[in-house]
Design a binder for this molecule. Structure first.
Ligand code: HEC
Length: 451
C-alpha cells in the first residue's frame, strides 16, 4: 500500500513537472539568469581552465567576469572553439571525455546574452566548485621529481634535458595512471618519461655537469619501457581496469623535458605522479609512434602531405591515439586497414593547434588483427603565416626541435588476448615493437645504400 502511494505520488509529481516544462516552453522561455542557469555551466565546463593559475587566459568564475566577456563566450562556444576539442565529429569511433557543450547549454548562454546578461538572484548561486590543486587525479602513490631546480638560460636553442630519478621501488609494480606536473609553464614545451634499469642514465648524468644530461632523441640510453608523455592540452586519465604499465623493481625513471627558452633566465622543476594499479593487471600498455623521418617541406609551399604507416606485427587493441606535429602542421588523419582490405577511420584533427596536443581515448578498444596497417597522413603549410617559426619561410626537415617538424601518430596499444595473471604468460609487446623498429631501421639503411 505504502509503495503504491509513493509510486502514485512520484508519478503525479513527474506529470506536473513535465506539464510545467511544456508550459514554460509554450510561453516565451524566461531569460536565463547568471546565478540560476549560467554559473552551473561555467562551473562544469569552463572553470577547470578558466580560473586563477590555469591555462585559460582569464577567469570565468564571478558574474562580473562572465558579463565582461559575454559576447566572446557565446561566439567561442557557438563556433565550438571552446571548450577546446580538436577531433572532427563523426570521424572514427566515439571518444571519451568529449567536453563539447550540449545544444541546450549553448542556447542557455546565448539567450542569457540576448536577454541583457541578468545576474539573477544570489540565493540561486551554488557554492564554488572545489578544485584539487596540484594533482587532478588526487594524491599519487609515488611522486618523482629531480632533486634540484634546473636553470634554463634566457636565449639559445631548445634544450632536451633528461633527469634521472630513482624510484627505489622494492618490488615490480604496475602503474594505472601517470600525471605530469610541468613546473615552469613559460619554458616547458613537452615531457616524456622512460624506464631504465641498467644505471646507464646515472652514468650519463654523472658525466654531464649540472642536474641531468642532454639528450635530444629520447633517453639516449637503452630503455625497458616508457611512461608516456605530456604536452599542453593533455589531461591525465586512468587506464582501463586490467591495463597497466610495468615499472620494475629498482628502476630509474628518466624524465625528458623539452625546454623552449623564453628570452629570460628561468628555473624549472617538473615532476610526475604515479598511481599504482589496485586490481590485477592482465595487459601492459605500450605507446607506438607511427612516424615518418622523411619530411621535406619546401619554403613557401602551403599544402604538403607527409605519410607514415605501421604494419601491425601481432594482434593488438588500440585504446587511445595522440597525433603529434609542430607549428607547420595543419591537419592529421589516422586510419587503419585490416588484412581483409576493410578500413576503419580512427581520428581526424582538421585544424591542428600546436599548443593543444591532446590524447584521445576511444570509448571502447579498437581491435587490430596481426597484418593490419595503420596509416598517418599529416598536412603541412610552410607558407608565410604567423605560425611559421621561420621568417621568411625556409626548407624544414624532420627533427625534434620546435623549428623542425614531426609527423607522428602515437598509438596506445595492448596485446590482444594477453592475460598476465595466467602462469607463464609473457609480457613481450614492448620487445616485439622494439625488434620491429630495429629491423625497420636496418631496412632503411640498406635502402639508402642501394640508392
Ligand atoms: C581545457 C581548458 C579550457 C576549457 C575547459 C575552456 N577553455 Fe576557454 N580557453 C582556454 C585556453 C587555453 C584559451 C586561450 C587560447 C585559445 O584562445 O585557444 C581559451 C580562450 C578562451 C576565450 C578567448 C578566445 C576565443 O577563442 O574566443 C574564450 C571566450 C573562452 N576561452 C571561453 C570559454 C568558455 C565559455 C568555456 C566553457 C564553456 C571555456 N572557454 C572552456 C582553455 C579552456
Amino acid at each position: 500500500m505504502w509503495i503504491e502511494i509513493a509510486r502514485i505520488a512520484r508519478l503525479a509529481s513527474l506529470v506536473s513537472a513535465l506539464g510545467a516544462n511544456l508550459a514554460s516552453a509554450d510561453e516565451a522561455d524566461p531569460t536565463p539568469t547568471f546565478s540560476r542557469d549560467v554559473a552551473p555551466i561555467l562551473r562544469a565546463r569552463c572553470q577547470e581552465c578558466h580560473r586563477a593559475g590555469q591555462v585559460g587566459p582569464f577567469p570565468l568564475v564571478t558574474f562580473e567576469q562572465a558579463r565582461k566577456r559575454a559576447a566572446d563566450l557565446v561566439s567561442a562556444i557557438e563556433d565550438r572553439r571552446m571548450p577546446p576539442w580538436k577531433p572532427a565529429a563523426g570521424f572514427g569511433p566515439s571518444l571519451r571525455h568529449d567536453p563539447s557543450l550540449t545544444p541546450v547549454e549553448v542556447s542557455t548562454l546565448a539567450r542569457w546574452v540576448e536577454g541583457g546578461t541578468p545576474p539573477g538572484d544570489d540565493r540561486d548561486l551554488a557554492p564554488a566548485r572545489p578544485f584539487a590543486d596540484g594533482w587532478t587525479l588526487g594524491t599519487p602513490d609515488l611522486v618523482l621529481e629531480p632533486a634540484e631546480d634546473f636553470a634554463v638560460t634566457g636565449s639559445g636553442p631548445d634544450l632536451y634535458r633528461c633527469f634521472v630519478i630513482p624510484t627505489n621501488l622494492p618490488a615490480d609494480v604496475y602503474v594505472s595512471a601517470v600525471e605530469y606536473r610541468p613546473g615552469n609553464r613559460r619554458v616547458v614545451h613537452h615531457l616524456m618519461a622512460f624506464v631504465e634499469v641498467a644505471n646507464a642514465g646515472r652514468a650519463r648524468d654523472a658525466a654531464d655537469p649540472g642536474p641531468g644530461y642532454s639528450s635530444y632523441s629520447g633517453a639516449g640510453v637503452e630503455i625497458v619501457g616508457d611512461l608516456g608523455g605530456w604536452a599542453p592540452g593533455n589531461a591525465a586519465t586512468h587506464l582501463p581496469e586490467g591495463v597497466g604499465r610495468s615499472l620494475p623493481k629498482g628502476a630509474d625513471v628518466i624524465l625528458q623535458v623539452h625546454y623552449h627558452p623564453d628570452g629570460r633566465p628561468e628555473v624549472d622543476r617538473t615532476g610526475i605522479g604515479l598511481h599504482f594499479a589496485r586490481k590485477p593487471v592482465r595487459q601492459t600498455l605500450q605507446w607506438k609512434g607511427v612516424m615518418s623521418r622523411n619530411i621535406r617541406l619546401p619554403a613557401g609551399e602551403a599544402d604538403i602531405r607527409v605519410k607514415a604507416s605501421w604494419f601491425v606485427p601481432v594482434a593488438v587493441d588500440l585504446l587511445a591515439v595522440a597525433p603529434h606535429m609542430h607549428r607547420l602542421g595543419r591537419d592529421m588523419k589516422i586510419t587503419a586497414s585490416y588484412p581483409d582490405g576493410r578500413s576503419v577511420d580512427l581520428i581526424h584533427i582538421p585544424d591542428w593547434d600546436p599548443d593543444w596536443q591532446g590524447t584521445y581515448t576511444f570509448e571502447g578498444p579498437v581491435h587490430l588483427p596481426k597484418g593490419s596497417t595503420v596509416r598517418v597522413v599529416g598536412r603541412f603549410d610552410n607558407s608565410d603565416r604567423p605560425e611559421n617559426p621561420h621568417r621568411p619561410p625556409q626548407l624544414v626537415k624532420f627533427g625534434h626541435g620546435s623549428t623542425e617538424e614531426m609527423c607522428v601518430g602515437y598509438l596506445a596499444v595492448v596485446k590482444a588476448g594477453q592475460d598476465l595473471t595466467r602462469p607463464g604468460e609473457k609480457d613481450d609487446l614492448f620487445s616485439t615493437l622494439v625488434d620491429q623498429h630495429r629491423r625497420g631501421l636496418k631496412q632503411e639503411q640498406m635502402d639508402r645504400r642501394r640508392r
